[in-house]
Ligand binder design. Structure first.
Ligand SMILES: *[C@@H]1O[C@H](CO)[C@@H](O)[C@H](O)[C@H]1NC(C)=O
Ligand SMILES: *[C@@H]1O[C@H](CO)[C@@H](O)[C@H](O)[C@H]1NC(C)=O
Ligand SMILES: *[C@@H]1O[C@H](CO)[C@@H](O)[C@H](O)[C@H]1NC(C)=O
Ligand SMILES: *[C@@H]1O[C@H](CO)[C@@H](O)[C@H](O)[C@H]1NC(C)=O
Ligand SMILES: *[C@@H]1O[C@H](CO)[C@@H](O)[C@H](O)[C@H]1NC(C)=O
Ligand SMILES: *[C@@H]1O[C@H](CO)[C@@H](O)[C@H](O)[C@H]1NC(C)=O
Ligand SMILES: *[C@@H]1O[C@H](CO)[C@@H](O)[C@H](O)[C@H]1NC(C)=O
Ligand SMILES: *[C@@H]1O[C@H](CO)[C@@H](O)[C@H](O)[C@H]1NC(C)=O
Ligand SMILES: *[C@@H]1O[C@H](CO)[C@@H](O)[C@H](O)[C@H]1NC(C)=O
Ligand SMILES: *[C@@H]1O[C@H](CO)[C@@H](O)[C@H](O)[C@H]1NC(C)=O
Length: 593
């Protein structure tokens, strides 16, 4: 055939296009790995983490710098939607000498989670009222802010006055409101100038009325009215929706607003609708009454364990444990309190930051990891710090996995970051490799038309270090579809790379049987990046479903899967079902013709 001979020429040039890297769709590139407790490579990664964390505790050394392990205790847990995969505790010599609370860290030990509270506040918000208020203005729900223009009008002076009517709840939840970071915390200079003459700062003496009447050191929490009035009098930081500007105050306002909408108290909602429902018995809004499991290096007061943050609690004051945060993470991965769509919508960025690999959501701190396979894995995280405590809660939705790190002692911020560095550096490649190996085992092989007179078949594999399930060859009714698809999708008889990615559309046919949908990406192997911003693009997301036959996408593929193993593949536009006939070993070459 004419097509065949031209292809032979094209195939001969294959060796000159080695710079090709696949261009995956953002999101899962394989089905999330399962049975991780039995997956050897994943268990080896956990063993590695365990050894590294033991070494960090014993010596204070990590691959990412030193931690003060004589003073700082930590706890780390890794979880999937339905099991805890790993749990590691380290108790510092300092904590062992505590005269009150825990002297040994365990999965139920109670820590303060600092700004991890913001994530819980947002989760509670979604559980209570969903997403429908995100576009509403905060002034609808906080009367003091509605009245603020009487004293300071943004239309007259946008530099000095916050335009509260323009501040939406969604902007507050994503740090995009440009409002003050705090109102009256220990960072307020008053706490220092109270005992020192202001001249020491080269500053004029101010009338007492200038200083916040409450707050500062969390010993006399501000009332809602004091807080909102104080914020209303503060200067704006940035114009709303300019850029992410971290704001604790924004989450205190969200706490007020949620109570206003529901007519219930924030702590009651939190206790009844989140902590009780998820059996998070060691989590609380208020200072726990029973301090038996409390981790309090230096004692209850010095550690700040017992400091009541009042209205700041929704943004930084909550208490929790490794076991409880795992329950919360599992409820998110499992979509047990919200619909799967709401969860997916929630786990998305609202904005970038000035770093290429980070974004901000509600209030996710998103870290983008590029794996060697040109696959970007997004980590949806929330970190928190409060005096002696730091926390990091991390979900990796592409693999349906999460982990949590809690620490108490000294230099906990950097300690938690370093431990989280270890976790991410080891887990992300291990998850990708395990998912790829499971796809190879469960999907790779030769599929043939059940009707032998149709002479149709498809050979699938995975490539070492690459994302997605690769179509190695494909014949339909005796016709080689590789050149056909090259013509249709690339517009030329050129060697193509065809691989597919799962779409998150799954039909549970029976307890053991599923139909799982994928979409194919057809791309010229010659498409190596040339350095140009636009011409080097990897815009495959724009091409999905771009060719249809009888109203069905040429790129639509559905597998029937029994106990996780594919039994048939159905390239829908061809209206054909091919049965899996044999498995194949892993192909490392990219021969496609
Ligand atoms: C853990 O894995 C890293 C990266 O692969 C490796 O450098 C390190 O030696 C491993 N550590 C242990 C204790 O196995
Ligand atoms: C931990 O070790 C450092 C360095 O030796 C020392 O300065 C510090 O006081 C120790 N802290 C505690 C709580 O033992
Ligand atoms: C998550 O869902 C799985 C499967 O539906 C179920 O077996 C498991 O118990 C759930 N786990 C939690 C923590 O809800
Ligand atoms: C909610 O806020 C609005 C406007 O800010 C106010 O008029 C209303 O009284 C508040 N409702 C409750 C229940 O606090
Ligand atoms: C306006 O400012 C005065 C004096 O600072 C204050 O007492 C009052 O509560 C403010 N009113 C509003 C609506 O913010
Ligand atoms: C906190 O601030 C209040 C009011 O300024 C002061 O009376 C109190 O002594 C302070 N407490 C601490 C622990 O610094
Ligand atoms: C406090 O908590 C510990 C650990 O959970 C428990 O054993 C003890 O009974 C509790 N004490 C009270 C007074 O509830
Ligand atoms: C093809 O697979 C289907 C579904 O698994 C099965 O019912 C059918 O018998 C198979 N046909 C052949 C020829 O193997
Ligand atoms: C098998 O395929 C041939 C050719 O497409 C067709 O004529 C025949 O009806 C098919 N047989 C069955 C049982 O579907
Ligand atoms: C697939 O079908 C083509 C065309 O009928 C045939 O040449 C090829 O050998 C078949 N491949 C497999 C793996 O059965």
């Amino acid at each position: 055939m004419r097509i065949g001979s031209r292809l032979a020429v094209a195939a001969a040039t294959l060796s000159t296009v080695l710079a090709y890297t696949p261009c995956p769709i953002l999101g899962p590139v394989f089905p999330a790995p399962s049975s991780l407790c039995d997956a050897d490579s994943f268990q080896a990664a956990l063993k590695n983490i365990s050894t590294t964390l033991d070494y960090a505790g014993n010596t204070g050394k990590t691959p990412y710098g030193n931690i003060p392990s004589n003073a700082t205790s930590f706890t780390v847990g890794v979880f999937s939607a339905d099991e805890t995969l790993f749990s590691h505790q380290y108790t510092s010599p300092w904590l062992k000498t505590s005269t009150q609370g825990a002297t040994e860290v365990g999965v139920d030990s109670v820590f303060r989670i600092g700004s991890g509270s913001k994530l819980i506040t947002t989760y509670l918000w979604l559980v209570e009222v969903g997403t429908k208020y995100w576009g509403h203005s905060i002034t609808e729900f906080v009367p003091e802010l509605a009245e603020a223009p009487q004293n300071c009008s943004a239309s007259a002076d946008p530099v000095d006055c916050i335009d509260w009517d323009e501040i939406t709840l969604g902007a507050l939840a994503s740090h995009m409101a440009g409002v003050p970071r705090d109102y009256s915390t220990p960072l307020e200079l008053l706490t220092q100038v109270a005992s020192l003459p202001p001249q020491m700062f080269g500053a004029p003496a101010l009338p007492a009325s200038t200083f916040p009447p409450c707050g500062y050191n969390f010993t006399n929490a501000c009332s809602e009215e004091q807080y909102a009035d104080g914020l209303a009098a503060a200067h704006p930081i940035y114009a709303p929706y300019t850029t992410p500007i971290y704001s604790n105050a924004g989450f205190e306002l969200l706490g007020f607003a949620l109570a206003n909408i529901t007519g219930r108290s924030f702590p009651d909602m939190l206790q009844e609708d989140l902590f009780n429902k998820l059996h998070m018995a060691d989590s609380s809004y208020f200072v726990p009454k029973n301090l038996t499991n409390a981790v309090m290096p230096g004692g209850p007061v010095n550690s700040f364990f017992v400091a009541d943050l009042g209205g700041e609690t929704p943004d930084g004051g909550m208490y929790s444990s490794q076991a409880d945060l795992i329950k919360m993470g599992q409820s998110i991965l499992n979509a047990s309190l919200l619909s799967p769509t709401t969860i997916r919508q929630w786990m998305k960025p609202s904005t970038f930051t000035s770093q290429m690999n980070t974004g901000v959501g509600m209030p996710w701190e998103i870290w983008r990891v590029a794996t060697p396979s040109n696959h970007i894995v997004d980590l949806y995280t929330k970190s928190g710090d409060l005096f002696s405590y730091s926390s990091h809660f991390v979900l990796i939705p592409d693999y349906n996995i999460g982990y949590v790190v809690l620490a108490a002692g000294k230099q906990t911020t950097s300690t938690v970051e370093q431990i989280s560095d270890i976790m991410a550096a080891t887990l992300v490649p291990a998850l990708e490799n395990t998912a790829r190996a499971q796809s190879q085992e469960n999907y790779a092989g030769v599929y043939k038309s059940a009707n032998s007179s149709q002479a149709s078949n498809m050979t699938l594999t995975t490539n070492t270090g690459e994302a997605g399930l690769v179509v190695k060859s494909w014949y339909s009714q005796g016709v080689n579809l590789m050149p056909v698809l090259a013509q249709l999708f690339v517009g030329a008889l050129t060697p193509v790379d065809i691989r597919m990615f799962p779409t998150n559309l799954v039909q549970q046919v029976s307890p053991t049987k599923q139909r799982i949908s994928y979409r194919l990406i057809v791309r010229a192997l010659a498409e190596a990046p040339n350095g140009g911003l636009f011409s080097s693009d990897c815009e495959q997301w724009a091409m999905v479903d771009s060719k249809t036959y009888g109203n069905v996408g040429l790129d639509e593929v559905v597998f029937e899967v029994e106990n996780g193993k594919a039994t048939t593949v159905n390239p829908r536009a061809w209206r054909a079902v091919y049965n899996k006939t044999a498995s194949v070993g892993e192909y490392v070459e990219r021969g496609i013709m």
